[in-house]
Design a binder for this molecule. Sequence first.
Ligand code: AP5
Ligand code: MG
Length: 214
Amino acid sequence: MKIIMLGAPGAGKGTQAKQIAEKYKIPHISTGDIFRANIKNGTELGKKAKTFMDQGLLVPDELVVDLVVDRVRQEDCTNGYVLDGFPRTIPQAEALDAALEAIGEKIDYAINVEVPDENIVRRMSGRRACVACGATYHLVHIPPKAEGICDKCGKELILRDDDKPETVEKRLNVYHEQTQPLINYYTDKKVLVEVDGTVDMADVFAAIVKILGE
Ligand code: AP5
Ligand code: MG
């Protein structure tokens, strides 16, 4: 099963993708997580990506396309994968389709998690992420057991630089301009499905399972 998660920043793509990956036993590939890991490790890619990410801008297509195309060709992706945060532009979607077509494959579902802009800023300012393992929490919806400490690995939880309110607004604008057109793109390909992302996380997941099957 090859799945793409679509949705605004903070719509819950990562939250749902992790559960999909676990239930259907396929890898969760988040380009945001890949960039954050590169930033943390001080790689060249990380340095380049950071300058765009901190401003709420997209990293240029040429830094992300090959990375994902190489990743989905790896052994563990034979039975499928869930892509979270990619594609984010029409050229990225076209490059992915071309790469898949070349090996006789295609995307099965593009799941659009719908959340209106007003809800987004509230969500992001409450999100906390672990500096070490990337686990995410929400101060109100999924608080960690001990304040500021990751339940899973005991390391520090932080507010992502790009979750500051002014940057979130910028990311939303970038989303509407560059990523939202993918909804029509995947509708035309007849793989788009939509779920309401404003309800409880468990209910969002239940709606997704209904679509993908038990
Ligand atoms: P990325 O990491 O992908 O960020 P994003 O798309 O902006 O999405 P987020 O991770 O912020 O949100 P999410 O939808 O995963 O929501 P989450 O589940 O965490 O990318 C970061 C940056 O990297 C980009 O801005 C760009 O610069 C660069 N980049 C990445 N990919 C790229 C690409 N392909 N091309 C170019 N540049 C790229 O949930 C958010 C919060 O809400 C959490 O606290 C969560 O607990 C809470 N929450 C989730 N669901 C619910 C619910 N149902 N009810 C209440 N709260 C909920
Ligand atoms: Mg995410």
